[in-house]
Design a binder for this molecule. Sequence first.
Ligand code: ABT
Ligand code: MG
Length: 154
Amino acid sequence: TTLNADSKERTYIMLKPDAVNRRLIGEILSRFEKRGYNVVGLKVLTPSRELAEAHYAEHKERPFFKGLVDFLTSGPVVAIVIEGDNAVATARTMIGVTKPQASAPGTIRGDLSIDVGRNIIHGSDSVESARREIGLWFRPVEIVDFKPVDHAWV
Ligand code: ABT
Ligand code: MG
């Protein structure tokens, strides 16, 4: 195969309650798959306040923190672990910037959202954050050890 040393990088992606309510799960997941990433962890859950607060701990002192936690706990999210070459940075590029209105067309936020408080998707901002967030949202047994195969059905 042509897999290189970086190909196992993992990032934490989360489809927020607005994405789930708007039935955008398939649309968004398919972009990562078509780009060449593997989904190695996937589940739907309504986060507890404790989990949402831990996820956004870096924003604890910000004025929008409570609203952000209210939003994230308002309904189901899809928690996803994406794996592949340069997954953290490439996923951020695919997602766009924090403000959907500043996100370029072709990005997930640029195509599907307009509201900074409802920006439909989260992606880890560094390899370090990815490690922390994956540990927060998944137990190790919930993530598969994915080995690409060369069978006729692929
Ligand atoms: P996340 O992937 O959700 O972390 O978004 P991103 O990294 O692009 O942006 P950050 B700065 O981490 O924002 C986290 C969430 O807080 C919301 N927010 C942020 C506001 O509502 N007002 C603000 O002024 C800022 C800076 C946007 C993000 N989530 N949502 N939903
Ligand atoms: Mg962030």
